[in-house]
Design a protein around this ligand. Structure first.
Ligand SMILES: NC(=O)c1ccc[n+]([C@@H]2O[C@H](COP(=O)([O-])OP(=O)(O)OC[C@H]3O[C@@H](n4cnc5c(N)ncnc54)[C@H](OP(=O)(O)O)[C@@H]3O)[C@@H](O)[C@H]2O)c1
Length: 314
Protein backbone atom coordinates (compact mmCIF):
# COMPACT_ATOMS: atom_id res chain seq x y z
CA UNK A 1 0.00 0.00 0.00
CA UNK A 2 1.10 3.56 -0.58
CA UNK A 3 0.31 6.57 1.57
CA UNK A 4 -0.12 10.25 0.76
CA UNK A 5 -0.54 13.36 2.83
CA UNK A 6 -4.13 14.42 3.29
CA UNK A 7 -3.95 17.83 1.66
CA UNK A 8 -1.28 19.91 3.36
CA UNK A 9 -1.80 18.18 6.72
CA UNK A 10 0.78 15.84 8.20
CA UNK A 11 -1.69 12.95 8.16
CA UNK A 12 -0.77 10.05 5.85
CA UNK A 13 -3.70 8.23 4.29
CA UNK A 14 -3.61 5.09 2.16
CA UNK A 15 -4.00 5.96 -1.53
CA UNK A 16 -6.73 3.33 -1.68
CA UNK A 17 -9.25 3.84 1.10
CA UNK A 18 -12.50 2.07 1.98
CA UNK A 19 -15.97 3.54 1.52
CA UNK A 20 -18.60 2.00 3.77
CA UNK A 21 -21.98 3.15 2.52
CA UNK A 22 -22.82 -0.52 1.89
CA UNK A 23 -22.46 -1.29 5.60
CA UNK A 24 -25.85 -1.75 7.20
CA UNK A 25 -27.61 -1.10 3.91
CA UNK A 26 -26.52 -3.89 1.60
CA UNK A 27 -24.31 -5.93 3.90
CA UNK A 28 -24.77 -7.09 7.50
CA UNK A 29 -22.50 -6.69 10.53
CA UNK A 30 -20.49 -9.88 9.93
CA UNK A 31 -19.81 -9.14 6.26
CA UNK A 32 -18.96 -5.54 7.11
CA UNK A 33 -16.45 -6.75 9.70
CA UNK A 34 -14.90 -9.11 7.13
CA UNK A 35 -14.57 -6.28 4.59
CA UNK A 36 -13.05 -4.00 7.22
CA UNK A 37 -10.57 -6.60 8.47
CA UNK A 38 -9.54 -7.31 4.89
CA UNK A 39 -8.96 -3.61 4.29
CA UNK A 40 -6.69 -3.36 7.32
CA UNK A 41 -4.92 -6.55 6.20
CA UNK A 42 -3.94 -5.03 2.84
CA UNK A 43 -2.71 -1.81 4.47
CA UNK A 44 -5.75 0.41 3.96
CA UNK A 45 -5.80 2.90 6.84
CA UNK A 46 -8.47 5.32 5.64
CA UNK A 47 -12.10 4.37 6.31
CA UNK A 48 -14.87 6.70 5.17
CA UNK A 49 -18.36 6.60 6.65
CA UNK A 50 -21.18 8.98 7.60
CA UNK A 51 -23.67 9.31 10.44
CA UNK A 52 -26.35 8.67 7.81
CA UNK A 53 -25.05 5.51 6.07
CA UNK A 54 -27.33 2.58 6.81
CA UNK A 55 -29.20 4.97 9.14
CA UNK A 56 -26.28 4.84 11.55
CA UNK A 57 -25.53 1.15 11.11
CA UNK A 58 -22.37 1.82 9.08
CA UNK A 59 -20.78 3.67 12.01
CA UNK A 60 -22.15 1.07 14.42
CA UNK A 61 -20.70 -1.89 12.50
CA UNK A 62 -17.32 -0.14 12.25
CA UNK A 63 -17.51 0.52 15.99
CA UNK A 64 -18.01 -3.17 16.72
CA UNK A 65 -14.53 -4.00 15.38
CA UNK A 66 -12.88 -0.80 16.50
CA UNK A 67 -11.33 -2.48 19.55
CA UNK A 68 -9.25 -4.67 17.21
CA UNK A 69 -8.29 -2.10 14.62
CA UNK A 70 -8.35 1.38 16.17
CA UNK A 71 -4.61 1.95 16.21
CA UNK A 72 -4.28 0.98 12.53
CA UNK A 73 -7.06 3.07 11.00
CA UNK A 74 -8.16 6.64 10.50
CA UNK A 75 -11.90 7.16 10.68
CA UNK A 76 -13.53 9.79 8.52
CA UNK A 77 -17.20 10.41 9.16
CA UNK A 78 -19.69 13.11 8.22
CA UNK A 79 -22.51 15.28 9.50
CA UNK A 80 -25.31 17.30 7.83
CA UNK A 81 -27.82 14.71 6.59
CA UNK A 82 -31.29 14.70 8.10
CA UNK A 83 -31.19 12.43 11.16
CA UNK A 84 -34.74 13.03 12.35
CA UNK A 85 -37.90 14.99 11.71
CA UNK A 86 -37.26 18.22 13.60
CA UNK A 87 -35.95 21.43 12.02
CA UNK A 88 -32.70 21.10 13.98
CA UNK A 89 -32.05 17.45 13.10
CA UNK A 90 -30.07 18.27 9.97
CA UNK A 91 -27.59 20.72 8.55
CA UNK A 92 -24.42 22.25 9.92
CA UNK A 93 -25.59 24.44 12.81
CA UNK A 94 -23.54 24.39 16.02
CA UNK A 95 -26.56 22.71 17.63
CA UNK A 96 -26.69 19.80 15.19
CA UNK A 97 -22.92 19.31 14.89
CA UNK A 98 -22.43 19.20 18.68
CA UNK A 99 -25.28 16.71 19.04
CA UNK A 100 -24.23 14.45 16.17
CA UNK A 101 -20.53 14.27 17.01
CA UNK A 102 -21.46 12.62 20.30
CA UNK A 103 -23.72 10.14 18.50
CA UNK A 104 -20.96 9.28 16.01
CA UNK A 105 -18.30 8.87 18.72
CA UNK A 106 -20.61 6.55 20.64
CA UNK A 107 -21.49 4.42 17.64
CA UNK A 108 -17.89 4.25 16.45
CA UNK A 109 -16.75 3.29 19.97
CA UNK A 110 -13.88 5.73 19.85
CA UNK A 111 -12.83 8.90 21.67
CA UNK A 112 -11.94 10.83 18.52
CA UNK A 113 -12.81 11.16 14.84
CA UNK A 114 -9.77 11.53 12.60
CA UNK A 115 -11.50 13.50 9.84
CA UNK A 116 -14.89 15.11 10.45
CA UNK A 117 -16.52 16.18 7.20
CA UNK A 118 -19.46 18.42 6.46
CA UNK A 119 -21.49 16.10 4.23
CA UNK A 120 -23.36 18.82 2.32
CA UNK A 121 -23.31 22.61 2.36
CA UNK A 122 -26.12 24.13 4.41
CA UNK A 123 -27.27 27.46 3.02
CA UNK A 124 -29.27 28.21 6.17
CA UNK A 125 -26.21 28.26 8.46
CA UNK A 126 -23.42 30.86 8.20
CA UNK A 127 -20.12 29.14 7.39
CA UNK A 128 -18.53 31.01 10.36
CA UNK A 129 -20.87 29.19 12.75
CA UNK A 130 -20.04 25.80 11.22
CA UNK A 131 -16.28 26.38 11.19
CA UNK A 132 -16.28 27.69 14.76
CA UNK A 133 -18.17 24.62 16.01
CA UNK A 134 -15.69 22.35 14.20
CA UNK A 135 -12.77 24.35 15.58
CA UNK A 136 -14.13 23.87 19.10
CA UNK A 137 -14.31 20.11 18.51
CA UNK A 138 -10.69 20.08 17.38
CA UNK A 139 -9.67 21.97 20.54
CA UNK A 140 -11.70 19.53 22.66
CA UNK A 141 -9.78 16.63 21.06
CA UNK A 142 -12.93 14.98 19.73
CA UNK A 143 -11.96 15.68 16.12
CA UNK A 144 -8.44 15.78 14.65
CA UNK A 145 -8.94 17.22 11.14
CA UNK A 146 -11.89 18.68 9.27
CA UNK A 147 -13.08 18.54 5.66
CA UNK A 148 -16.13 19.04 3.51
CA UNK A 149 -18.08 17.15 0.87
CA UNK A 150 -20.31 18.17 -2.03
CA UNK A 151 -19.19 21.82 -1.74
CA UNK A 152 -18.91 23.96 -4.86
CA UNK A 153 -15.46 25.42 -5.47
CA UNK A 154 -16.59 28.89 -4.35
CA UNK A 155 -17.90 27.47 -1.09
CA UNK A 156 -14.59 25.77 -0.36
CA UNK A 157 -12.78 29.00 -1.21
CA UNK A 158 -15.06 30.98 1.09
CA UNK A 159 -14.46 28.49 3.92
CA UNK A 160 -10.68 28.67 3.43
CA UNK A 161 -10.73 32.45 3.75
CA UNK A 162 -13.10 32.55 6.69
CA UNK A 163 -10.79 30.13 8.54
CA UNK A 164 -7.80 32.29 7.73
CA UNK A 165 -9.42 35.55 8.75
CA UNK A 166 -10.95 34.14 11.93
CA UNK A 167 -7.94 31.94 12.85
CA UNK A 168 -10.05 28.78 12.78
CA UNK A 169 -9.03 25.23 11.89
CA UNK A 170 -9.12 24.96 8.09
CA UNK A 171 -10.59 22.22 5.90
CA UNK A 172 -7.80 19.86 4.79
CA UNK A 173 -9.92 17.90 2.31
CA UNK A 174 -12.90 17.89 -0.01
CA UNK A 175 -14.97 14.85 -0.96
CA UNK A 176 -16.65 15.28 -4.35
CA UNK A 177 -18.07 12.82 -6.85
CA UNK A 178 -15.21 12.06 -9.22
CA UNK A 179 -14.57 9.15 -11.57
CA UNK A 180 -13.81 8.49 -15.25
CA UNK A 181 -17.48 9.07 -16.12
CA UNK A 182 -18.02 12.08 -13.89
CA UNK A 183 -15.34 14.75 -14.31
CA UNK A 184 -17.25 17.95 -13.63
CA UNK A 185 -14.95 18.99 -10.76
CA UNK A 186 -11.97 19.37 -13.10
CA UNK A 187 -13.06 22.85 -14.20
CA UNK A 188 -13.15 24.66 -10.83
CA UNK A 189 -12.64 22.44 -7.80
CA UNK A 190 -9.50 20.57 -8.86
CA UNK A 191 -7.52 23.76 -9.69
CA UNK A 192 -8.70 25.29 -6.40
CA UNK A 193 -7.52 22.24 -4.45
CA UNK A 194 -4.17 22.31 -6.24
CA UNK A 195 -3.71 26.03 -5.51
CA UNK A 196 -4.59 25.70 -1.81
CA UNK A 197 -3.17 22.18 -1.19
CA UNK A 198 -6.54 20.71 -0.23
CA UNK A 199 -6.71 16.92 -0.51
CA UNK A 200 -9.31 15.42 -2.84
CA UNK A 201 -11.12 12.26 -1.72
CA UNK A 202 -13.11 11.14 -4.79
CA UNK A 203 -16.36 9.35 -4.03
CA UNK A 204 -18.10 6.73 -6.19
CA UNK A 205 -14.68 6.17 -7.86
CA UNK A 206 -15.94 3.01 -9.58
CA UNK A 207 -19.19 4.65 -10.70
CA UNK A 208 -21.02 2.30 -8.33
CA UNK A 209 -19.30 -0.76 -9.86
CA UNK A 210 -19.82 0.05 -13.55
CA UNK A 211 -16.14 0.89 -13.97
CA UNK A 212 -15.14 -2.60 -12.84
CA UNK A 213 -16.65 -3.98 -16.06
CA UNK A 214 -19.03 -6.28 -14.15
CA UNK A 215 -22.08 -5.07 -16.08
CA UNK A 216 -22.02 -6.35 -19.68
CA UNK A 217 -23.97 -4.73 -22.49
CA UNK A 218 -27.10 -6.64 -23.45
CA UNK A 219 -26.94 -8.85 -20.34
CA UNK A 220 -28.94 -8.56 -17.12
CA UNK A 221 -27.11 -7.04 -14.17
CA UNK A 222 -25.55 -9.96 -12.24
CA UNK A 223 -27.66 -11.09 -9.29
CA UNK A 224 -26.82 -9.49 -5.97
CA UNK A 225 -24.99 -6.54 -7.51
CA UNK A 226 -25.80 -2.94 -6.69
CA UNK A 227 -27.56 -2.25 -9.97
CA UNK A 228 -29.58 -5.50 -10.04
CA UNK A 229 -33.21 -4.54 -9.49
CA UNK A 230 -32.44 -0.81 -9.48
CA UNK A 231 -34.05 0.20 -12.75
CA UNK A 232 -33.45 3.93 -12.37
CA UNK A 233 -29.73 3.47 -11.69
CA UNK A 234 -29.51 1.09 -14.64
CA UNK A 235 -31.14 3.61 -16.96
CA UNK A 236 -28.71 6.27 -15.78
CA UNK A 237 -25.55 4.19 -15.95
CA UNK A 238 -25.97 1.31 -18.38
CA UNK A 239 -26.16 3.51 -21.48
CA UNK A 240 -24.76 2.84 -24.95
CA UNK A 241 -22.48 5.80 -24.59
CA UNK A 242 -21.04 4.59 -21.28
CA UNK A 243 -20.54 1.07 -22.63
CA UNK A 244 -18.73 2.42 -25.70
CA UNK A 245 -16.36 4.42 -23.49
CA UNK A 246 -15.94 1.50 -21.08
CA UNK A 247 -14.84 -0.83 -23.86
CA UNK A 248 -12.08 1.63 -24.83
CA UNK A 249 -10.96 1.91 -21.23
CA UNK A 250 -11.02 -1.87 -20.82
CA UNK A 251 -8.89 -2.20 -23.95
CA UNK A 252 -6.37 0.28 -22.54
CA UNK A 253 -6.17 -1.61 -19.22
CA UNK A 254 -6.03 -5.06 -20.86
CA UNK A 255 -3.16 -4.01 -23.18
CA UNK A 256 -1.18 -3.26 -20.03
CA UNK A 257 -2.27 -6.44 -18.24
CA UNK A 258 -4.58 -4.86 -15.65
CA UNK A 259 -8.28 -5.26 -14.83
CA UNK A 260 -10.63 -2.33 -15.42
CA UNK A 261 -11.20 -1.57 -11.71
CA UNK A 262 -7.49 -0.90 -11.29
CA UNK A 263 -7.52 1.60 -14.14
CA UNK A 264 -10.48 3.45 -12.58
CA UNK A 265 -8.58 3.83 -9.30
CA UNK A 266 -5.07 4.45 -10.61
CA UNK A 267 -6.33 7.06 -13.08
CA UNK A 268 -7.72 9.08 -10.14
CA UNK A 269 -4.40 8.69 -8.33
CA UNK A 270 -2.66 10.09 -11.40
CA UNK A 271 -3.87 13.45 -10.10
CA UNK A 272 -1.45 14.42 -7.28
CA UNK A 273 -4.19 16.45 -5.54
CA UNK A 274 -6.08 13.18 -4.91
CA UNK A 275 -5.22 11.86 -1.44
CA UNK A 276 -7.26 8.67 -1.11
CA UNK A 277 -9.69 6.83 -3.40
CA UNK A 278 -12.47 5.47 -1.17
CA UNK A 279 -13.76 2.52 -3.19
CA UNK A 280 -16.81 0.81 -1.72
CA UNK A 281 -17.02 -2.98 -1.43
CA UNK A 282 -19.49 -5.69 -0.49
CA UNK A 283 -16.96 -8.54 -0.34
CA UNK A 284 -13.41 -8.86 1.03
CA UNK A 285 -12.12 -10.02 -2.38
CA UNK A 286 -13.16 -6.71 -3.91
CA UNK A 287 -11.04 -4.86 -1.37
CA UNK A 288 -8.01 -6.95 -2.32
CA UNK A 289 -8.59 -6.30 -6.03
CA UNK A 290 -9.04 -2.56 -5.57
CA UNK A 291 -5.98 -2.24 -3.35
CA UNK A 292 -3.81 -3.66 -6.13
CA UNK A 293 -4.36 -0.44 -8.06
CA UNK A 294 -1.74 1.29 -5.94
CA UNK A 295 0.95 -0.92 -7.56
CA UNK A 296 0.17 0.45 -11.02
CA UNK A 297 1.24 4.03 -11.74
CA UNK A 298 0.21 5.64 -15.00
CA UNK A 299 2.95 7.63 -16.72
CA UNK A 300 2.14 11.21 -17.81
CA UNK A 301 1.88 9.86 -21.37
CA UNK A 302 -0.58 7.18 -20.27
CA UNK A 303 -2.66 9.79 -18.43
CA UNK A 304 -2.80 11.77 -21.68
CA UNK A 305 -3.67 8.62 -23.61
CA UNK A 306 -6.63 7.92 -21.29
CA UNK A 307 -7.77 11.53 -21.69
CA UNK A 308 -7.58 11.15 -25.46
CA UNK A 309 -9.98 8.19 -25.52
CA UNK A 310 -13.22 9.46 -27.06
CA UNK A 311 -15.99 9.69 -24.50
CA UNK A 312 -18.78 10.04 -27.03
CA UNK A 313 -20.08 7.07 -28.96
CA UNK A 314 -17.81 6.67 -32.01
N1 LIG B 1 -19.87 12.31 0.26
C1 LIG B 1 -20.88 11.82 -0.40
O1 LIG B 1 -21.92 12.49 -0.64
C2 LIG B 1 -20.80 10.40 -0.88
C3 LIG B 1 -21.74 9.88 -1.79
C4 LIG B 1 -21.60 8.57 -2.21
C5 LIG B 1 -20.55 7.80 -1.71
N2 LIG B 1 -19.66 8.31 -0.82
C6 LIG B 1 -18.53 7.52 -0.28
O2 LIG B 1 -17.80 6.99 -1.36
C7 LIG B 1 -17.65 5.58 -1.17
C8 LIG B 1 -17.56 4.89 -2.51
O3 LIG B 1 -18.75 5.06 -3.23
P1 LIG B 1 -19.70 3.85 -3.57
O4 LIG B 1 -19.40 2.73 -2.63
O5 LIG B 1 -21.08 4.37 -3.57
O6 LIG B 1 -19.36 3.50 -5.07
P2 LIG B 1 -18.09 2.89 -5.81
O7 LIG B 1 -16.91 2.85 -4.91
O8 LIG B 1 -17.96 3.60 -7.08
O9 LIG B 1 -18.59 1.41 -6.13
C9 LIG B 1 -18.70 0.47 -5.10
C10 LIG B 1 -19.35 -0.80 -5.64
O10 LIG B 1 -18.56 -1.31 -6.70
C11 LIG B 1 -18.56 -2.73 -6.63
N3 LIG B 1 -17.17 -3.16 -6.54
C12 LIG B 1 -16.19 -2.62 -5.79
N4 LIG B 1 -15.03 -3.24 -6.04
C13 LIG B 1 -15.27 -4.17 -6.98
C14 LIG B 1 -14.48 -5.10 -7.65
N5 LIG B 1 -13.17 -5.18 -7.42
N6 LIG B 1 -15.05 -5.92 -8.56
C15 LIG B 1 -16.37 -5.82 -8.83
N7 LIG B 1 -17.19 -4.96 -8.21
C16 LIG B 1 -16.64 -4.13 -7.29
C17 LIG B 1 -19.38 -3.14 -5.43
O11 LIG B 1 -20.65 -3.39 -5.99
P3 LIG B 1 -21.63 -4.55 -5.55
O12 LIG B 1 -22.39 -3.87 -4.49
O13 LIG B 1 -22.41 -4.79 -6.79
O14 LIG B 1 -20.83 -5.70 -5.07
C18 LIG B 1 -19.41 -1.89 -4.60
O15 LIG B 1 -20.59 -1.78 -3.84
C19 LIG B 1 -18.90 5.21 -0.36
O16 LIG B 1 -18.79 3.96 0.25
C20 LIG B 1 -18.95 6.37 0.60
O17 LIG B 1 -18.02 6.16 1.65
C21 LIG B 1 -19.77 9.61 -0.42
Amino acid sequence: MEYRQLGNSGLKVSTVGLGTNNFGGRIDADRSAAVLRQAVEVGINFIDTSNSYGRGLSEEYIGRVMGEIRSRVLIATKVASAMGEGPNSRGTSRHHIMEQVEVSLRRLQTDHIDLYQIHFPDSSTPIEETLRALDDLVHQGKVRYIGCSNFAAWQVCEAIWVSRLEHLTPFVSVQPEYNLLSRGIERELVPLCQAYSIGIIPYVPLAGGFLTGKYRQGEAAPEGTRLAGNVRAQERTLTERNYAYLSKLEGFAAERGHPMAELAVTWLLGNPAVSSVIAGATRPEQVVENARACDWHLTPEEMKAVDALPRDRT
